[in-house]
Write a protein that binds this ligand. Structure first.
Ligand SMILES: [Cu+2]
Length: 177
């Protein structure tokens, strides 16, 4: 299953298409609960990272440990905008990866599609936006050392209005959500 997952993700086109089975392989567990699209409810593992930046409350930050041969890593976080003006997560960088992209996954028909959000992710005034498995996520590419459970991955989040913040994301089990 890991090999299949890796093969699917090696296709580094802007729009990736892969089968629901490959997505289940990525999840690595809870297959029986995955009929159709499995939306995590935004619950983050214990010990996940938090930060405060102006009107933004950042919580539930973590990355998943990478399986052997896995070419890319996934990161997740929740951002609440307590202010009265809209903001936008425009980009993410990390010293642990050559680049970090903002992606979304969507089921179209029977196919799970992933695409890069080049304009970033809107964080409207008063809204809470959650990056979670099978939906919005940070995708770490050109990872220097595969993320290992128990370590942390430093990231810098850049927002249109609030500015930037450094946060260390704990690395949790590959199938955690
Ligand atoms: Cu992705």
């Amino acid at each position: 299953m890991n090999r299949r997952y890796a093969a699917a993700l090696v296709i580094s086109a802007t729009t990736l298409s892969f089968s629901a089975a490959a997505v289940m392989a990525q999840q690595g567990n809870a297959m029986n609960s995955m009929s159709g699209m499995h939306m995590d409810a935004g619950k983050a593992p214990a010990g996940s990272a938090t930060a405060k930046l102006g009107d933004l409350d950042i919580s539930g930050g973590y990355v998943r440990a990478m399986l052997p041969g896995q070419p890319v890593g996934g990161g997740y976080i929740t951002i609440h905008n307590g202010g009265s003006s809209d903001d936008r997560l425009t980009s993410v960088t990390s010293s642990a990866a050559g680049k970090v992209e903002l992606h979304e996954m969507k089921v179209e028909g029977q196919i799970m599609k992933m695409r890069e959000l080049k304009e970033g992710i809107a964080i409207p005034a008063g809204a809470t936006v959650t990056l979670s498995p099978n939906s919005l996520h940070m995708m770490f590419k050109q990872v220097k050392t595969p993320f290992k459970q128990g370590s942390t991955v430093p990231v810098m989040l850049m927002f249109d209005k609030a500015g930037m913040v450094d946060i260390a994301l704990p690395v949790v089990a590959p199938n955690a959500s």
